[in-house]
Design a protein around this ligand. Structure first.
Ligand code: MSP
Length: 513
């Protein structure tokens, strides 16, 4: 089996915020799960570097656009490094191979008669890089609330309209193509109106920072046409001899995107692919948004943009990754605040997981000289905990395959809750005074649960879980099978108590909101 996931390629002009980090962390987490399940994986992210906005800001800074984007891309790359995000490739639309593939696609469509030239009038939003018609506008602005300008010019068009019926049929025949279901219905609703052709060019007189049309040197390509192609160009499409990844991964493609860019991905992109005779991706999954206090969107103008590195400084990289995976159903909106992050990390990492760990390792140090105790499972409570532990891996896997990472993590939380309850009830600190064998049984069970939980949480918290496993004396490489097998901790193996691995977090005043 193979797994291919993409994030949107982010506008290089933007400062990476918690919203961009969300998509990218979730894609990284899902990729690491599939890797743990033993699949071949490919995770792609990158930056969208052409278009009017980039040209304008570069001009304001008195810089050549390429120099400007070369500088700005580093912000995304360094934030992803800090969040322990490991894409297989970071694509930039200014890379030569990408520009060449975009031009090949344009030429192919032009030669097939899929592109024509016509006089056009429409309302253009620079911030969304899209044309709107009069009827799309609300109080003279785009539905997202951005300013538009009326533009009248000759442009090239892609015959998108002719694919309308084929696209509707594909969506209906492939119920998982657009997810969640309510987003699929939204797209089908959009497709009940006649689909227009897509303007895919910009005259160089107005915009020069783009990929030149191979059949008309006075125009560059529309930035969305350029950007969407990254999903195949990065895999080697149309690059003979270098298209191994395209052959291996393309059929498995999952585009993870925010709900704000559903139309471009679920309508423009599939029709482009149809015209290019490329099979459609397996799934387009539109996730929801993190909303700020007052149910407001995160935006520069409202001054409520959250820098992921500020949050990382408070709860650590794995704490932030945990929150972003756990606190939201993929697909729905959720509330974001520093308090919510801190609460989640304190309740599920410091209390639930952290307490089980430090309590267990303390007792193993005290009564068993910091060695995994040898134990026989005699009580029904131990058997029940073992059974729950062994069922957890398959539940986690099923939810990951269903693109539901928060409930996948929830199964591990349930297991840890059960283990804490088991410890409370059996109280090995009391058992040790009357029967060391009983205390050994309790502690062995709790260490095994911790080992299994750490393997199953490793995609979310790679650093903390590897430290946790080391403390248990577990040095094997991560294997999913090991989370489905009981009794792998060797009695006599040394454990290390150490400082609390998940300390409670206090929210400092400055970033509280
Ligand atoms: N460049 C285009 C995408 C081209 S893909 C071929 C673009 N870039 S963007 O920088 O604006 O990124 C938008 C993406 O950032 C959203 O689709 C979403 O993935 C993420 N988010 C931005 N704000 C967000 C929230 N407040 N909450 C969650 N995700 C959000 O659009």
């Amino acid at each position: 089996m193979s797994f291919y996931i993409t994030t949107p390629i982010y506008y290089v002009n933007d400062i990476p915020h918690i919203g961009h980090s969300y998509t990218t962390v979730v894609a990284d987490v899902l990729t690491r799960y599939h890797k743990l399940f033993g699949e071949a994986i490919y995770f792609l992210t990158g930056t969208d570097e052409h278009g009017a906005k980039v040209q304008q800001t570069a001009a304001k800074r008195g810089l050549d656009p390429q120099a400007h984007v070369d500088e700005l891309v580093l912000r995304f790359q360094s934030v992803w490094r800090e969040l322990n995000i490991e894409p297989n490739f970071f694509v930039r639309t200014t890379m030569d191979f990408h520009k060449k593939v975009v031009q090949d696609c344009l030429q192919k469509l032009y030669d097939k008669g899929e592109i024509y030239i016509e006089e056009y009038e429409g309302y253009y939003s620079v911030s969304e890089e899209m044309f709107f018609t009069e009827k799309d506008l609300i109080d003279g602005k785009t539905p997202q609330g951005n300013d538009v300008q009326l533009v009248k010019e000759k442009n090239y068009f892609f015959k998108m309209s002719k694919y309308q019926e084929r696209l509707i049929k594909h969506i209906q025949d492939n119920p998982k193509f657009i997810q969640p279901d309510f987003r699929k219905n939204e797209v089908l609703g959009f497709l009940r109106q006649p689909l227009e052709d897509l303007c895919i060019s910009r005259p160089k007189t107005r915009l020069s920072w783009g990929i030149e049309l191979p059949f008309d040197k006075d125009y560059v390509t529309y930035v969305w046409f350029d950007a969407l192609i990254n999903y195949v160009s990065a895999l080697g499409y149309s690059q003979p001899g270098k298209d191994e990844n395209f052959k291996k991964f393309w059929n498995e493609a999952i585009h993870l995107i925010g709900k704000d860019i559903l139309t471009t991905h679920a309508v423009y992109w599939p029709t482009m692919l149809m015209a290019l005779d490329i099979p459609l991706p397996k799934m387009i999954f539109a996730h929801g948004w993190w909303m700020m206090s007052g149910n407001l969107k995160m935006s520069k103008s409202l001054g409520n943009v959250v820098n992921p590195l500020d949050m990382k400084n408070v709860v650590g990289v794995d704490g932030l990754r945990y929150f972003l995976t756990r606190d939201i159903y993929l697909g729905n909106d959720a509330q974001f605040s520093s308090d919510l992050v801190v609460n989640r990390v304190n309740s599920e990492l410091a209390n639930n997981l952290g307490n089980l760990l430090s309590r267990s390792l303390n007792l193993v140090e005290k009564y068993f000289a910091s060695q995994v105790p040898d134990a026989l499972l005699k009580s029904s409570a131990s058997e029940a905990l073992k059974k729950l532990a062994l069922e957890t891996a398959d539940k986690v896997r099923a939810d990951i395959l269903a693109m539901s990472p928060n409930t996948a993590v929830g199964h591990v939380v349930d297991l840890l809750n059960a283990a804490n309850k088991y410890m409370e009830e059996r109280a090995p600190w009391k058992q040790a005074k009357t029967s060391l064998a009983e205390a050994a049984e309790s502690l062995y069970c709790s260490l095994e649960v911790l080992r299994i939980a750490a393997i199953l949480l490793s995609p979310v918290m790679p650093q903390k879980t590897s430290q946790l496993l080391e403390r248990l004396g577990w040095r094997s490489s991560l294997k999913f099978e090991d989370s489905k097998t009981w009794g792998l901790l060797e009695p006599g193996q040394s454990t290390v108590k150490g400082d609390p691995l998940f300390p409670r977090v206090e929210l400092s005043k400055e970033i509280s909101n």
